[in-house]
Design a protein around this ligand. Structure first.
Ligand code: SPD
Length: 347
């Protein structure tokens, strides 16, 4: 036994993900972030400048991220939760408090993106990008006018529609169409919008939260309800892809960086957060993923074309008055169940 023990220890050390206790600490920064949101060039530049290695894992919804994080299925140093997810994580004590002295570039954020209601004082989170969910359509095929959700889910477009695979988002389209506030997700309100959503979803061809622009580009779909960054990329590709802020109502989402309570690399995580708040780095993010950039200094570096993209910066839309999702606690499972059931029935 005595002779085998060192070999066993060596094997365990070699195979272990976290090497603490084996004389060496794993100092790779582990990111768990939305797909199609963090440019590889940004990661590479961070590693080049700091020597810190980065590993990236992706998800396609807040719920997917929360399920994995809370089940302890991964060991992450940075996550990228949206507004309502930050609020829930803070409430449950799942995030580490940020040391603002280590993040001096916080000053670059536009005032309206500091101190947001889901995290007053940016105690636990820092905005990455903001955006909207709206309608995109191929004007060469869809004659219009397209002003709201009701113009998307018509018999004419049946089988030619792409939508986000995101239950909370889909439910919000039904709620605003029925004149119900987006955060009023009671069982009674869900029952009220069920027939409308069942009708709408029966006409959907593709559910895609990762890259809903892909079926639009390939011509598999003609119209869809997608993230504004995806609409902006389509518009950049070809202005025949028109962007519409739905007349029934639009909310804004704010996606953030935050450090989970189990991260052992807090200093490096804060270094990364400070890095992405640099105007030149934040511009690199906008170049690849043209969402609404909350970094006022970075926005000054954008080209006129970037600032005039109607999906990135919708003309006349006042972000300071925009509604934002809030944490709905236990009701989240009812939202998920509603959409899962409807989708299963329309298959
Ligand atoms: N591909 C990146 C998509 C980011 C979308 N933000 C999520 C908002 C959820 N309410």
């Amino acid at each position: 036994m005595k002779t085998k023990l060192p070999k066993l220890m060596a094997a365990l050390c070699a195979g272990a993900l976290l090497l603490a206790g084996c004389g060496k600490k794993d100092d790779t920064l582990r990111l768990f972030v939305w797909s199609e949101y963090v440019p590889q060039a940004v990661i590479d530049k961070f590693t080049e400048e700091t020597g810190i290695k980065v590993a990236v894992e992706n998800y396609a919804s807040n719920e997917e991220m929360l399920a994995k994080l809370l089940a302890g299925g991964g060991s992450y140093d940075i996550i990228q939760p949206s507004d309502y997810a930050v609020q829930g994580l803070v409430k449950d004590g799942e995030l580490q408090e940020l040391d603002h002295a280590k993040i001096p570039n916080l000053k670059n954020l536009a005032p309206e993106f500091r101190n947001m209601p889901f995290d007053p004082g940016n105690k636990y989170s820092v905005p990455w990008m903001a955006g909207f969910v709206g309608i995109v359509y191929n004007a060469e095929v869809v004659p219009g006018p397209v002003v709201g959700y009701r113009d998307v889910f018509t018999p004419d477009h049946a089988g030619r529609i792409v939508v986000l695979d995101d239950a909370r988002e889909i439910v919000s389209w039904g709620l605003v169409t029925e004149g119900i506030p987006i955060n009023d997700v009671s069982s009674a309100n869900l029952a009220k919008i069920r027939p409308l959503l069942a009708d709408w979803l029966s006409k959907v061809k593709v559910y895609d939260s990762d890259s809903p622009r892909t079926p639009m580009l390939s011509g598999d779909t003609d119209i869809g309800v997608v993230w504004s960054g995806e609409g902006a990329l389509l518009f950049e590709e070809n202005p025949k892809f028109q962007w519409v802020m739905p007349a029934e109502g639009v909310h804004m989402f704010v996606d953030n960086l935050a450090i989970p309570k189990n991260s052992k690399n807090k200093d490096k995580a804060e270094e990364f957060i400070n890095f992405i708040l640099r105007p030149d780095i934040s511009k690199m993010i906008s170049d690849d993923f043209p969402y609404y950039n909350p970094n006022a200094e970075a926005r000054k570096l954008l080209s006129e074309d970037q600032r005039n993209n109607p999906a990135s910066y919708p003309p006349g839309f006042d972000v300071t008055k925009a509604e934002i999702f809030s944490d709905i606690g236990e009701q989240a499972s009812e939202v998920d169940e509603l959409i899962t059931t409807i989708k299963a029935k329309s298959n």
